[in-house]
Each structure stands twice: as structure tokens, then as C-alpha cells.
Design a protein around this ligand. Structure first.
Ligand code: 5GP
Length: 138
């Protein structure tokens, strides 16, 4: 399996399509998921190309996991969450839909299930939730 440089997250990284950015450093980029399964659902990706965990380098994994941990703390603070779910899928049969490595970060509250996938959120709701996460990161 090869990396497709025209996948949607590669386009986001190149600024060819918009995203709601939360954080970036030299190696990673973090933005809101447009079909959130929980309030504050966001995605952590490496800036360099790889399809998923199966072809990622040790350096890419290290960078992405460091940022995922940082964002996990931030979303818990931002939403007063009691826990956080990290999801990561590999290849279509593994549930992957976008073929650029990404980790989902989902703040969780007692008794609140994840929403079903595939439902677009209103832009103003995503913007307001992003602001809370940015404030928690500051
Ligand atoms: P996965 O590949 O792990 O199954 O999921 C891909 C994720 O990317 C989904 O949660 C989906 O909502 C999200 N997604 C798909 N297209 C876009 C997009 O254009 N922008 C953003 N921000 N998220 C997207």
C-alpha cells in the first residue's frame, strides 16, 4: 500500500482545504474532526507522509504520541471530562477512511456514549469547542 499525496489530510496540511486548527509543532498538526463523535473530538496527525501505524517510522509515532498525550490533557480540561478515548484505525478493513496516519482524541463523560460516525457538526459549534481546547492549551 502506498501513500496517496492527495488524501484529504495531506490537502489540509498543504492548506488546500480549510480546517479548524488547534495546535501545531515542527512534526505534528492537530485539528477538529468535522463529524465529531463527542464534543471536542479532534485529530492528531504527523506533518510528514505515512498511511497509518503500519508504515509509520518510530520518529513519526513518537512525535504523534507526544502530541496526542498533550491534546488528551487539554480536551479533558476544556470539557471537564472524566476520561479520554484514543482511537486509531489501519486500512479499510480496520476502519480507516482517510489514509494519512491520525489519532482520534475524544473527551468522555460518565454515561455519555460516543455518537454514531458520519454526521457533520455545525461550523459554529466546532469553532466554539475549538476555542475551549485552545484556551486549555494556552
Ligand atoms: P478514520 O479514517 O479514522 O476512520 O476517520 C477519519 C476521520 O476524519 C473521521 O472521523 C471523519 O469525520 C474525519 N474527516 C473526514 N473528512 C474530513 C475533513 O475534510 N475535515 C476534517 N476536519 N475531518 C474530516
Amino acid at each position: 500500500m502506498t501513500y496517496d499525496p492527495d488524501n484529504i489530510f495531506a490537502k489540509i496540511l498543504r492548506g488546500e482545504i480549510p480546517s479548524t486548527k488547534l495546535y501545531e509543532d515542527e512534526e505534528t498538526f492537530v485539528f477538529m474532526d468535522i463529524m465529531p463523535r463527542a464534543d471536542g473530538h479532534c485529530l492528531v496527525i504527523p506533518k510528514t507522509p505515512c498511511r497509518n501505524l503500519l508504515d509509520a517510522s518510530a520518529d513519526q509515532m513518537t512525535a504523534v504520541m507526544k502530541t496526542t498525550q498533550k491534546i488528551a490533557h487539554a480536551v479533558m480540561k476544556a470539557f471537564g471530562a472524566e476520561g479520554v478515548t484514543i482511537q486509531q484505525f489501519n486500512e479499510a478493513v480496520g476502519g480507516q477512511e482517510v489514509f494519512h496516519l491520525h489519532f482520534h482524541v475524544l473527551p468522555r463523560h460518565d454515561g455519555v456514549r460516543l455518537r454514531p460516525p458520519g454526521k457533520m457538526e455545525e461550523a459554529d459549534v466546532i469553532a466554539a469547542n475549538a476555542e475551549k481546547i485552545r484556551a486549555a492549551l494556552a
